[in-house]
Design a protein around this ligand. Structure first.
Ligand code: URA
Length: 313
């Protein structure tokens, strides 16, 4: 996006030796049948709900903690799943697990070498969900002006498929941008996430920059926040500000959480500022940044976690 002139342009402890299971009188499991800490916790109901750290040299490879309902025999090692998802190195992920920062299906898992099913279980680090299924993909595209926001165009105009065709089957675009609007468009095959991100009830904010004729009245933000009557009902912004003003043109920022068709253009026109150029620069926690028009990038693990959090997943 251009500025006016066009548009504004690890912590601590490891999960290994010295684990708390030992200090709590762990019994060496014979053939994988005994649980660490079991003898020491007798009579103390609280201790049984804690998950001991596992010492890789002490417990045999196939040992399973029977108290832990998240364990999936034959599943993938938790630290490997986290590392493959891009969270951090395996070693760093082991430390996160040991520090109690990782949960599986809502249960904190501290065991060394826990096995999970990344396609079925919900894994979080510091409360934030991690995309662990190798089948789901998440992209940000800077849609150029002139490209239709559909996967296919019967009239042969440039469309999204021209940018994503080889990336994954069944990719959805999260919402739409007008053909004449450029900017951030999210694409994913995670149907539930896509649905929530576009559903007005989740209130995910979108940020736009619009080039409009100036000057802009100083109190316009109050008018727009209060709401403007459009032909299909009241529309209001969450935030509005003037980014730059130069003579007869202004660059304004509009933040709103609804997705009605042409909403920014209609709003601005109703208050006397017909949009000249429009770009979406943020979608919830994801920013367009320096992504050039017509280019696409994979979302980071952090961004995906933030998107999940934004819609309560
Ligand atoms: N509002 C508009 O007017 N157009 C878009 O493409 C997106 C929001």
């Amino acid at each position: 996006m251009q500025t006016i002139g066009r548009l504004g342009g690890e912590r601590g402890r490891s999960g290994g030796a010295g684990a708390s299971g030992g200090s709590r009188g762990a019994v060496r499991p014979a053939g994988g049948s005994k649980r660490p800490g079991a003898s020491g916790s007798a009579g103390n109901p609280f201790k049984t709900s804690r998950q001991p750290l596992r010492d890789p040299d002490f417990y045999d490879e196939n040992y399973t903690d029977e108290r832990d309902t998240t364990e999936v025999p034959g599943g993938d090692r938790l630290q490997k799943v986290l590392a493959q998802a891009g969270v951090a190195s395996r070693r760093a992920c082991e430390e996160m697990i040991g520090d109690g920062r990782v949960s599986v299906d809502g249960q904190t898992v501290r065991r060394f070498g826990a096995r999970v099913d990344p396609a079925k279980q919900i894994i979080r680090v510091d409360g934030k969900r991690i995309p662990t299924s190798s089948e789901t993909v998440y992209y940000a595209l800077n849609k150029p002006i002139g490209v239709v926001s559909t996967m296919d165009d019967p009239d042969g105009r440039p469309c999204l498929n021209d940018y994503v065709q080889d990336l994954a089957p069944r990719l959805f675009h999260v919402g739409r941008l007008d053909t004449e609007t450029e900017g951030l468009l999210l694409l994913t095959n995670d149907g539930e996430l896509a649905h929530r991100l576009t559903h007005p009830s989740y209130g995910v904010q979108k940020k736009y920059w619009a080039k409009v004729p100036g000057p802009v009245a100083r109190d316009l933000h109050k008018v727009l926040r209060k709401g403007v009557e459009l032909e299909d009902g009241l529309a209001k912004v969450d935030e509005f500000r003037v980014v730059q003003e130069h003579g007869q043109q202004a660059l304004v920022e509009v933040i709103l959480h609804e997705g009605r068709k042409h909403i920014v253009r209609r709003l601005m026109e109703t208050v006397g500022h017909r949009v000249i150029d429009l770009a979406r620069i943020e979608f919830g926690p994801v920013k367009l940044g320096r992504l050039k028009p017509g280019t696409i990038r994979t979302l980071t693990v952090q961004e995906i976690g933030d998107l999940y959090a934004a819609v309560g997943l």
